[in-house]
Design a protein around this ligand. Sequence first.
Ligand code: HAM
Length: 442
Amino acid sequence: MTMRYEGRWMKIQAIRGMRDVLPGEVETWQFIESVARRVFETYGFCEIRIPVLESTELFSRSIGQTTDIVEKEMYSFTDRGGASLSLRPEATAGILRACIEHSLFMSESVHKLYCIGPMFRRERPQKGRHRQFHQIDAELLGATDPRADAEILAMLRAFFSELGLGRLEFQINSLGCSICRPPFKESVLGFLRGKEGDLCQDCQRRLRLNPLRVYDCKVERCRDLLMGAPKVLDHLCPDCMGHFQAVRGYLDLLGVPHCINPHIVRGLDYYTRTTFEVVSEELGAQNAVCGGGRYDRLIQELGGPELPGIGFAIGEERLASVLMAQRPCPPRPLELFVVALGPEAIREAFVWADKARMIGLRTEVDLRGGSLKAQLRRANKLGARRALILGPEELASRRAALRDMRGGVQVEVPLEGLGELLTQWGAEARDRGWTNPGRGRL
Ligand code: HAM
């Protein structure tokens, strides 16, 4: 799109890394979000809506100063009042800030919250990686019990199976705690000593600031180098190992298939113990549809009570692309197209279309006029199941013509009986899951 601005022609388009979700794709997003709401609420989660803009400090304190996200990917700016603000790169920190600010932890011991919305990271755009992307995030706060970890993963299993998605792998790991992680870091540093030059530039920097992040590197030569590297699971303290084994035991009890991936270190610093990712082979390099884990010290570090937490975030762009490839969601079919011929019929048709919509039937009324043939052509193009035709002759006899657009059969129906008929179609469409709730009847 070009527009004239201050005497110059400018091309206006979406910002790099930020994309539009258009009709045709948006139905898949709506389906994903409706299933998430239904499944999460079954597991006792409530929705929370938080601002997209927060103080920069919230993210640097929680995600970690030396993470890629905080170091180079946040959209931060100084507000007119002088405060440093950032567009949220993730939802966990904001959800915890809201719980602390509104003293939610005082009322209940366990909190289950979910949030759906856009996040912002200034990464290099590529397939599955955007600068504005969307997450479905869930957080279970206040439970140390390994059943909480298993419950979160079981909820994810229920969500993906409701979507009808196959070929996903649940990978889990443990990052230990403040007792067992420091010695593990030392042994990683020991293993890589003398091999620094073989690592990519990013990993050389990570090695100085945040050594475990080298495990997360996607560069082949770094991955090869790490083949024989120490594994965090061999370094867990007895408590962390007990927790990890208990989580796996509960996952087996619930029949949640999973495998261990000792390379899951996650790109955010707040994790302790269980970490996990759900990956799809169909996604290429950016293969994680979901990532999450436990963070037992974060609430306290943000100024809240000493409570543990565990959660995850699903990347909606990635999930929608897998779902569209495996089983695309067709748009909701148009139930009825109302054809109007002549000024009298236009008024009558407008009223009947409104009644059909009140019942919950997806209905269009012709707004452009033209011949019967032209209006039926439009109905056909929109994929309407039925057309209701109202013209001067029909009105004179208080009847309407009803055309089955698939079979082409046309019958006449008295206008008095039309309300009843619409109610019946509404019930049929509801059985197929195709109507809005509507009123159900006139
Ligand atoms: P994360 O691994 O940074 O974790 O992001 C979770 C998911 O968001 C990823 O697995 C991916 O599907 C999607 N995602 C991340 N960055 C992008 C991007 N640039 N473009 C497209 N999709 C992306 C978190 O954000 C944690 N807050 C998850 C969590 C919640 N942990 C505990 N509670």
